[in-house]
Every structure is written in structure tokens, then in C-alpha cells.
Design a protein around this ligand. Structure first.
Ligand SMILES: [Zn+2]
Length: 59
């Protein structure tokens, strides 16, 4: 097989937000756990709202 170079396939990673272990394939793929993904989404929404306010102020 072509996979002989690789000693092992790692299916774990650290969450980019809380640096906890990610064990689900979906979380590893996203680089963030489900709880942190939710929080990050809320943060982005807050940031977007702030940017919008600034835009309105500037205009
Ligand atoms: Zn996390």
C-alpha cells in the first residue's frame, strides 16, 4: 500500500479555541469542538454587528 510512509493516522487534534482534545472526526476537520464552534459563531456575529455599527458611523 502507499500508506507505508505514515506511521499512523492521527484522528485527534487540539481545539483552536480552548486547546482541548478533539476526538470526533468532524471536530478535527473543523479544528474546533462543537461547543467552541458555537461560541465562535456567536463571537463572529458580535464582531460583525460591531463592524456594521462602525460602518454606519463612518458613512
Ligand atoms: Zn474548544
Amino acid at each position: 500500500m502507499a500508506d507505508t510512509d505514515r506511521p499512523e493516522v492521527r484522528l485527534v487534534a487540539h481545539c483552536r479555541r480552548c486547546h482541548g482534545w478533539l476526538v470526533s472526526a468532524a471536530s478535527v476537520a473543523q479544528g474546533i469542538g462543537p461547543t467552541c464552534a458555537e461560541r465562535e459563531r456567536a463571537d463572529r456575529r458580535a464582531a460583525a454587528a460591531t463592524l456594521t455599527l462602525f460602518d454606519v458611523d463612518a458613512a
